[in-house]
Design a protein around this ligand. Sequence first.
Ligand code: NAG
Ligand code: NAG
Ligand code: NAG
Ligand code: NAG
Ligand code: NAG
Ligand code: NAG
Length: 440
Amino acid sequence: MEGLTILLFCTSLLSILPLSTATDTIILSQSIRDGDTIVSVGGTFELGFFSPDNSTKRYLGIWYNKISTRTVVWVANRETPIIDSPGVLEVTNQGILQVLSHNESIIWSTNSSRLVQNPIAKLLESGNLVVKDAKDDNPENFLWQSFDYPCDTHLPGMKIGKNMVTGMKRYLSSWKSADDPSRGDFTFELDPRGYPQIFVKKGLDELLRFGPWNGLGFNGALIKPHQLCKFSFVINRKEMYFTCEVAINNSIAVRAVINQNGVLENSQWNDPTQSWMTFRAGPTDNCDSYAFCGPHGYCKIGNSPECSCLKGFVPKFPRDWDTSAWSNGCVRKTSLDCLSGDGFIKYSGIRLPDTRNSWFNESMTLEECKRVCLNNCSCMAYANLYIIGKGSGCLLWFGDLIDIREYSEDKQEIYIRMASSDIGMNLSPKLRKLSECLTF
Ligand SMILES: *[C@@H]1O[C@H](CO)[C@@H](O)[C@H](O)[C@H]1NC(C)=O
Ligand SMILES: *[C@@H]1O[C@H](CO)[C@@H](O)[C@H](O)[C@H]1NC(C)=O
Ligand SMILES: *[C@@H]1O[C@H](CO)[C@@H](O)[C@H](O)[C@H]1NC(C)=O
Ligand SMILES: *[C@@H]1O[C@H](CO)[C@@H](O)[C@H](O)[C@H]1NC(C)=O
Ligand SMILES: *[C@@H]1O[C@H](CO)[C@@H](O)[C@H](O)[C@H]1NC(C)=O
Ligand SMILES: *[C@@H]1O[C@H](CO)[C@@H](O)[C@H](O)[C@H]1NC(C)=O
């Protein structure tokens, strides 16, 4: 205890010394040279120059200060390494943060559209590097922040999504390789079309989809709210984003990384073992692979083959199906007859189909939802948007139903449009009731 008191005393002495290295800010007249670092106020993050393992190139980056295996969470000049000289980081009086090489050429710089009296750069405890007026701590007035330009790592407080006013997108992109932080093939991003969803993509190709947000988590997805992070999904006129708002226990480091193989890994630091513990990673199986069974296909691990058709659908090309080529999916056995009346089959325990071609309303009831769907001949399915309580809101699907898999943990229900003859609407009321309850 006495030792601790002395230690605390010493660190507080240090922090009043003018040239203390334990600062979290860079002011106008200062610069950070290769070898110097700044540390966030609680000691969680450190900013400085580094080289990845097996590389001699120099990068400006942020890593965990207290974690023994260096874990970089952000890189500034990921596309423009410094090759042959020590770099320098400085703030200009225009409020621009820039990295210079020894011959003073600018290697990397930030943007700023505004002038302030006394611009400084500060590394926050969240791991966010911000440029702001020295006196102004309001995040809305930051001139620039690294959280707007994520690399491969999501930290609590960072948004993944799109600003609808400025058009700015925030998404994760993998490193090219373990020793090269430049932009690799894989991204983790929000797709704003229809009811917004999160995808892992390789270039333009979808690899993995996190089912629609149902108010509590992503339907049929690997990311679920857990005890370490408070997730939220926000959609309004100004922005749409997904975030882990706060780490629930600040003393445990949590992060999500899209790695160079396209795997999204969630992990937390485990002090006793001095290692990262990965607690959720994906994709895990064939059924996670986007649209594995094609349109109107249904994927179930443990079935042989894993792909089958939804009830009332048959393989589009049966011969493909025999050779395990499922991507063309399934078509209806009986065409819909919108005008003389269709019905619906209810499913639960599945991951809901891709919502990029969908429409949603947050306040409609399930009854209203059904009515709207029935009255629109191109509506193929409907569901409650949110599952909290008895469920609320309305989600309507148009076009093909894609990327459905068995997911027994999820009880969110979906009603898929069928020709009345396929669901026994001509049966006795009692039997009809039975058939409406059909589920997998
Ligand atoms: C500075 O050095 C880089 C390479 O190290 C070179 O490409 C650039 O032309 C140099 N700039 C000046 C102004 O000499
Ligand atoms: C600066 O702004 C330009 C144009 O708006 C943009 O293309 C570029 O990515 C921005 N760079 C940074 C580091 O913010
Ligand atoms: C660095 O090189 C060694 C030997 O080639 C290799 O075992 C190690 O995995 C490499 N590390 C990284 C991060 O690439
Ligand atoms: C936070 O995590 C630390 C380390 O595991 C633990 O000792 C502490 O009790 C936790 N605090 C809360 C409020 O859960
Ligand atoms: C959603 O539905 C409610 C109730 O039917 C309606 O009042 C509201 O205008 C709808 N909102 C949108 C954006 O369509
Ligand atoms: C059906 O819904 C689609 C998508 O919202 C819309 O474009 C179309 O106009 C609707 N059709 C009818 C007849 O309401």
